[in-house]
Design a binder for this molecule. Structure first.
Ligand code: FEO
Ligand code: CA
Ligand code: CA
Ligand code: CA
Length: 596
């Protein structure tokens, strides 16, 4: 690909060295401050965080959840067309929980209903009204009507083709229009009309199905057969909120039947942060898989809206959605996401690529479905089984697609492929060129957004110092060696921010140090390490205020390998404290634009 259009700025800071410190390290001339750590009260009665984790489930539902992930800053005056950089709504995901740290002495088995309820309350999304004070410090606006928690128990709606389908009807919603909660919310998206999208990633592991044979809409997503990840279904006393995670037909009866509960997860969920009464809406036309995020191409009035989403699992796919109706800024709403065509990507060996329609009205797809002897009763059935549809279409199996980002000037699309240690040499291809890809890479493509063809190349191969990206001058140095790229975001100036998610063992074995964030000038392929997180965290989620002068970054699961009695990190509170996921606020001492 030719270099991106002018407009990108070169990272102007001095790179920070990789390290294993239990702190957040930023370049000289920058300030960093923890903010909105797990347990911080944000709504209701504002119950104070208890350092021994003895807050109740009801209290947790009024506090910041655990394991901060994707996030966006919505200027407070956005609905009036404004772009405030001093006041707004910070909206973020809480991807999952660590029971060893969420409860004073860790989880008990069988689970108690109270522990299950607390874990469910620590998942989901937080909406926090925040403001910058005269001294430059950010604080939350206590008592604001916008402050809100959305959890595993929050009522939600289904919209798009799957709404009302037989496979989402339940005792809770006999007409298949409603469902409950959201979980494993990873990355995120922001619509052109100013709503937040939360994405359901590894939802399958929250369920169990003990039946001899699983339906394809569960089997292809690896719903466990023995035990769910958190054992919620074992809670004593049993409750609706625990039993609904057991999808077994054999467990169903006249009064309990949760066979279709897993079909209400795996979606992109729209939340209007400016309407605290709004009900989250699952937009089913965007497909059902381990959604990492949803990233929009530049919305052009009069043209269809285009968005991309990765399915973060080994050998899964990258998708594109193209709306049926054209984008009109005066009327655009979530309804635009309910009707359109979903495509899966094929990356050809020669650097060309194709979008393969997963749509029963498409004759090529219909012929492939017939040849595969697979039956879909409707487009809703295709969407429920998105992975199967992409298998049939012949999409390219990728090395775990995580976040995507669209260059604000050139429109180039970048995607992280975080790693795939299971790819064998015989399974490599030009887009996934390394066997046992433990370090990951970043791919990019250029296309006319509604086009069905594109051109792609590999932007970088991650790895230790000296790792080269073939066909480019890029060779990683001590200033930018990285592994397992995951979070990805273009700031308004066109600087690409790359966040890493190495395992605890890769961080401790080296040579990279703790997880980190780098900034890249994509035109010059210049790359510098900007931030290093504390021990055993993941750095995930980044956004700035519109003026670029305040940056928010999420630090997820510091001290990931802690036990209830031995904490491997004490960030951010220090001393002997239990580690807490938190946002950090980054500013420049001279008040300038971050990264400049
Ligand atoms: Fe939750 Fe794929 O990261
Ligand atoms: Ca991720
Ligand atoms: Ca990851
Ligand atoms: Ca994570």
């Amino acid at each position: 690909l030719t270099p991106a259009a002018a407009g990108a700025i070169r990272p102007g800071f001095l790179a920070v060295a990789g390290n294993r410190l239990d702190q957040v390290t930023v370049p000289a001339g920058y300030r960093v401050q923890p903010f909105l750590a797990w347990g911080t009260p944000i709504c209701g009665d504002y119950p104070a965080f208890k350092a021994d984790a003895s807050n109740t489930a009801a209290e947790q539902a009024q506090q910041m959840g655990m394991h901060h992930d994707g996030m966006h800053f919505f200027p407070i005056d956005l609905p009036q067309g404004g772009n405030s950089s001093s006041e707004g709504l910070l909206v973020m995901n809480h991807e999952y929980v660590e029971p060893d740290l969420l409860h004073p002495a860790g989880p008990v088995f069988p689970r108690t209903a109270e522990q299950v309820a607390k874990e469910q309350a620590a998942h989901g999304v937080s909406v926090v009204h925040i403001i910058r004070q005269a001294d430059g410090q950010w604080m939350q606006v206590a008592g604001s009507r916008y402050n809100r928690r959305i959890t595993v128990q929050t009522p939600a709606q289904l919209a798009g083709p799957v709404r009302g389908h037989a496979k989402v009807r339940s005792r809770y919603s006999p007409d298949g229009t409603a469902c409950r909660g959201t979980l494993n919310n990873c990355s995120h998206g922001v619509t052109p009309w100013g709503t937040y999208l939360t994405c359901e990633e590894n939802w399958a592991g929250y369920f169990v199905n003990h039946d001899a044979e699983l339906p394809r809409e569960q089997a292809r997503y690896s719903v466990p057969r023995q035990q769910s990840g958190y054992h919620w279904e074992t809670a004593q006393p049993a409750s609706e909120q625990s039993l609904r995670f057991n999808a077994s037909q054999t467990a169903a009866s006249a009064t309990q039947d949760y066979r279709h509960e897993p079909n209400t997860f795996g979606w992109i969920v729209e939340i209007d942060p400016f309407n605290p009464q709004s009900v989250p809406v699952k937009r089913t036309a965007l497909g059902r898989f381990a959604h990492e995020g949803l990233i929009f191409a530049k919305a052009v009035p009069g043209q269809p809206l285009v968005a991309y989403s990765g399915d973060d699992s080994r050998f899964e796919y990258i998708y594109k959605f193209v709306s049926a109706a054209p984008y009109d800024p005066a009327t655009a709403s979530g309804a635009l996401l309910d009707n359109g065509t979903l495509y899966a990507a094929r990356f050809n060996e020669d650097g060309s690529g194709e979008w393969l329609a997963l749509d029963l009205t498409d004759p090529v797809f219909r012929a492939k479905v017939a040849a595969a002897a697979v039956r879909f009763d409707s487009q809703a059935d295709v969407l429920l089984n998105t992975r199967l549809a992409a298998d049939i279409a012949g999409a390219t199996k990728m090395d775990r697609p995580e976040w995507g980002a669209v260059h604000p000037q050139s429109g180039e699309v970048y995607f992280t492929l975080t790693n795939n240690s299971r790819r064998q040499a015989a399974e490599t291809d030009a887009a996934n060129p390394r066997p046992e890809n433990v370090f990951g890479h970043i791919i990019r493509w250029r296309e006319q957004p509604q086009a069905q063809k594109f051109e792609w190349d590999i932007f970088l191969l991650a790895g230790p110092t000296g790792t080269a990206t073939p066909g480019t001058a890029l060779q990683l140095t001590a200033d930018n060696a990285l592994a397992c790229p995951d979070g990805l975001w273009f700031d308004p100036q066109g600087l690409l921010w790359i966040q890493t998610d190495m395992s605890g063992s890769l961080q401790s074995e080296g040579p990279f140090g703790n997880n980190q964030m780098l900034a890249a000038d994509t035109a010059g392929r210049e790359l510098k390490r900007f931030l290093v997180g504390p021990v055993e965290c993941e750095v995930t989620g980044v956004v700035t205020t519109p003026d670029g002068k305040t940056m928010f970054v999420n630090i997820q699961h510091p001290g990931d390998r802690s036990t209830p009695t031995a904490f491997t990190s004490h960030w951010p509170d220090g001393g002997n404290s239990r580690p807490r996921s938190a946002t950090v606020v980054i500013t420049k001492e001279d008040g300038g634009v971050i990264g400049s």
